[in-house]
Design a protein around this ligand. Structure first.
Ligand SMILES: [Zn+2]
Length: 299
């Protein structure tokens, strides 16, 4: 091994070079440490990011599944058990007479069957948004009494309202009469039917005979509610309630009334019933009566 003798100046430069190299190495080390620290931080950040990505994905899956379960359950309820759907009431309106049976004819030629149908159509038009409203006849044709109540019974209607106009040999007879069923004695009166034909005991509809007996209290309540609404809307008509053994009510298996909206045999009543405004007021009052009944009287 050879030793090189250095001068003081050479020694100085050599030491200086060594110290510079050390300094660079130190700096490199320092940068390396910084890089390592950066890498560690980056790894930590990636780990946190992966963790949150995992959590967000799981949450989305959970939320989607929950939404699907809730939706399917709500659909099952709406199809089978939604109580609000069952709340839609069915009202059957029965315009009296029709076809060959014109009912009463007024001195000016107004026909009962036309007034009854027109009024029923007005009521149906006003109430179709609130209830399922069915007419026993929608045009000028005849239908027998069992056929009229059968419509309501087969639909399991909540209300049955038969609409007629009164007639009397007494021209001074006037005003509105609201009937509800009450068995008096003997045979029931056949309002709206050909009373010359005997009652057919073999008719399958005979099974509905006197079914109204179980609804008399509700029918009476409906008659009173209807009278209150008619009185407040049509102050120029007098109104009264009567009970009668009417066949068209006897076979109805729900609260049922028959309204005679004035007397066509009375020239004053006939003139009022020719007015679209009066008929509209009549329709409104009967609609209010229906609303009032459903709001305040449970079947
Ligand atoms: Zn009639």
């Amino acid at each position: 091994m050879k030793y090189i003798k250095l001068t003081n100046l050479q020694s100085f430069f050599l030491l200086d070079s060594i110290s510079r190299w050390d300094a660079k190495r130190c700096l490199a080390n320092k940068n390396n440490i910084k890089l390592q620290k950066c890498q560690v931080k980056l790894k930590k950040a990636l780990t946190v990011l992966t963790f949150w990505k995992f959590m967000v994905t799981k949450f989305c899956i959970f939320a989607t599944m929950t939404a699907v379960i809730i939706l399917s359950l709500s659909q099952q309820v709406s199809c089978a058990e939604n109580p609000f759907l069952n709340e839609i009431k069915t009202v059957v309106l029965d315009p009296g007479h029709g076809g060959h049976d014109s009912g009463v004819q007024g001195p000016a030629g107004t026909l009962e069957k036309s007034v009854a149908l027109g009024l029923a159509q007005l009521i149906a038009g006003q109430q179709k948004k609130n209830y399922k409203v069915i007419l026993t006849r929608s045009d000028d044709y005849w239908i027998d009494i069992p056929g009229r109540t059968a419509v309501a019974n087969h639909l399991k209607a909540d209300l049955f309202i038969s609409i007629h106009v009164g007639g009397s040999f007494l021209h001074q007879a006037k005003g509105i009469t609201i009937f509800y069923y009450k068995e008096l004695s003997g045979h029931a009166l056949k309002t709206g039917a050909d009373s010359s034909k005997p009652e057919d005991a073999s008719n399958p509809q005979a099974i509905w005979d006197n079914i109204q007996a179980g609804h008399i209290a509700s029918s009476e309540a409906l008659a009173k509610i209807m009278q209150n609404n008619i009185n407040s809307q049509l102050k120029f008509f007098q109104s009264k309630i009567q009970n009668a053994d009417l066949m068209v009510l006897k076979g109805a298996d729900m609260p049922a009334i028959l309204i005679e909206v004035g007397y066509l045999s009375n020239p004053g009543d006939e003139k009022k019933l020719q007015s679209p405004e009066v008929l509209s007021d009549f329709a409104k009052s009967i609609c209010n009566g229906i609303d009032d009944y459903f709001q305040n009287h449970k079947r």
